[in-house]
Design a protein around this ligand. Structure first.
Ligand code: 5GP
Length: 223
C-alpha cells in the first residue's frame, strides 16, 4: 500500500510539473514553419457578420499574415514590441485600402493582428512592425486572388458554382503554390497562400485542418 501511495504521488507530481511547463511556455518569435497569408472575400465575410463597410466592393482584402506550423499549431502573442500606428504612418493609406477591418476601426484590427500574429513573425526578413505590415502589402500586390481566378475563368457571380478543386487549381496554376481555402454557407470566404518564412516566396500549403471547402461553391458577386 505504501508503495502504491508513493507511486501515485510521483505520478501526480509529474503531471503537475508537465502542466506547469505547458502553462508557462510562451511562444517565441520565429518559432514556426511558414506563413499563411490570409485574404477574405468581403461579400462572404459580411454575409455572416454585421460589417461597417457595405458589400459593394468586390474584392479580397487582407485578414492577416500568420506564422503557422505544418501540424496545424501556431504561435501567438509572442513577446515583442507593442503595435504603434506611428511606426507605419507611411503605409497607412495603403493599409486602409488593402487591410481594412470590415467590422470596426482599422487600427483596432491592426493592433489585434500584430499582437496575436505579428509579434511571432519577427524573424528573417521581417525585423519590426513596419516590415510586418509592408510585407502584408507586398504579398497582397503579388497574390491578387481575383486576377488569378479570373485568368482561369472563375468570376464573381450570383449563380455560378465551382468545385473547390477548380478554385485551388486556378490559384496554384497562377502562382505556383497550392493554397488553402475556406467557405462559409457554401460561399468562398477566405484564401490562404503559404509563404516561405525566409525567402517570402510562395510554397505549397501542407494539408491544413479547417482549410477546405466541400460541394458546390459560390464565388458571390455584389451585382
Ligand atoms: P484572428 O484572431 O483570426 O487573426 O482575427 C480575428 C479577429 O479580428 C476577430 O476578433 C475579429 O472580430 C477581428 N476583426 C476585425 N476586423 C476584422 C475583419 O475585417 N475580418 C476578420 N476576419 N476579423 C476582423
Amino acid at each position: 500500500m505504501k508503495l502504491f501511495v508513493a507511486l501515485l504521488s510521483v505520478l501526480l507530481l509529474a503531471s503537475t510539473a508537465k502542466s506547469t511547463v505547458t502553462i508557462y511556455e510562451s511562444s517565441k518569435p520565429g518559432d514556426f514553419d511558414f506563413y499563411l497569408f490570409v485574404q477574405q472575400w468581403i461579400y462572404s465575410y459580411c454575409d455572416s457578420q454585421t460589417c461597417i463597410q457595405n458589400k459593394e466592393r468586390e474584392a479580397f482584402t487582407i485578414h492577416g499574415l500568420w506564422p503557422e506550423n505544418s501540424d496545424g499549431s501556431y504561435p501567438s502573442f509572442c513577446s515583442g514590441p507593442s503595435f504603434n500606428v506611428n511606426d507605419i504612418t507611411d503605409l497607412e493609406d495603403q493599409l486602409n485600402f488593402d487591410w481594412p477591418s470590415l467590422t470596426g476601426p482599422n487600427t483596432d484590427f491592426w493592433t489585434h493582428e500584430f499582437s496575436k500574429h505579428g509579434t511571432c513573425s519577427i524573424t528573417g526578413p521581417i525585423t519590426d512592425i513596419h516590415d510586418y505590415f509592408a510585407t502584408g502589402i507586398k504579398l497582397y500586390t503579388e497574390f491578387n486572388i481575383t486576377a488569378a481566378l479570373e485568368a482561369e475563368n472563375i468570376y464573381p457571380s450570383g449563380s455560378n458554382t465551382y468545385k473547390p478543386a477548380d478554385i485551388t487549381n486556378a490559384i496554384s496554376t497562377h502562382f505556383g503554390g497550392k493554397p488553402g481555402i475556406q467557405c462559409s454557407s457554401g460561399q468562398l470566404s477566405t484564401v490562404a497562400v503559404c509563404i516561405d518564412k525566409n525567402s517570402l516566396s510562395v510554397m505549397d500549403c501542407p494539408e491544413l485542418q479547417g482549410w477546405s471547402c466541400s460541394g458546390s461553391v459560390k464565388f458571390p458577386s455584389t451585382a
